[in-house]
Design a protein around this ligand. Sequence first.
Ligand code: FPP
Length: 256
Amino acid sequence: MSHAPVTETLPPVAMRAAGAVPRHVAVVMDGNGRWARQRYMPRFFGHKQGVDTLVRTVNAFAARGVEYLTVFAFSSENWKRPSEEVSGLMGLVLVAVSKYLGKMANDGVRIRIIGDRSAVSEKLRRAWEHAEAITAHNARITLSVAFNYGGRWDVVQACRQAIAQGVAPEQVDEEWLSRHMALAFAPDPDLFIRTGGEMRMSNFLLWQAAYSELFFTECLWPDFGDAEIDAALAAYAQRDRRFGGIRPNEVVPEGT
Ligand code: FPP
């Protein structure tokens, strides 16, 4: 008995990434502190440069056809940093919104904020809401900024919604949870990049990145640019994405 090529029996999500541009890229923007230290400057200087890099990077990904970019700006764990660094980061976000929001809005960027807003100041919450409102109809690329975000927090907050809404246990499945998590408006990230040389996810998008392709670079975030973006996209295009299936051109021998 002959067997049909496995491509015909794979679930529809299985694909080869070769030549494909990821729809959704997630980035852990690490290395700002080291970048500043290399220049004998305070860490804040690195974060400030990091914002400029982010603004350039959104356009660079959009120009390459990426539809969603999600970046880790402040984790649930970053509150453990020295208080002056935490308040510096909060202030930097306000400055960044007033400095760059107009440009981003004109560039067709839709801005979304994901994370627990309950712990941030009223002023920052209002700045986020304003940024989301005035870019809501943009469609070139969606920039999601994860702020006071943690992957574990995200799972917990979705579960809490189920309980608060009195959803029956048998109705709470992967699909239900996905629809109630912070990135419910976006497809799962195809490519997960971390700059700064560390090789871990640090509690970023734990649920959504289950099948993301991972790319780690030594490049410190403020130096991240066209060369690193192209290297990451080229690496992605070489990956076989199987989502738990098998290679599309692999034929299953009889009896297996
Ligand atoms: C990690 O580098 C970086 C952060 C914790 C902050 C990233 C934030 C920005 C780039 C600013 C985002 C602002 C807006 C408006 C979205 P690190 O400090 O851990 O660097 P290190 O590992 O070299 O110490």
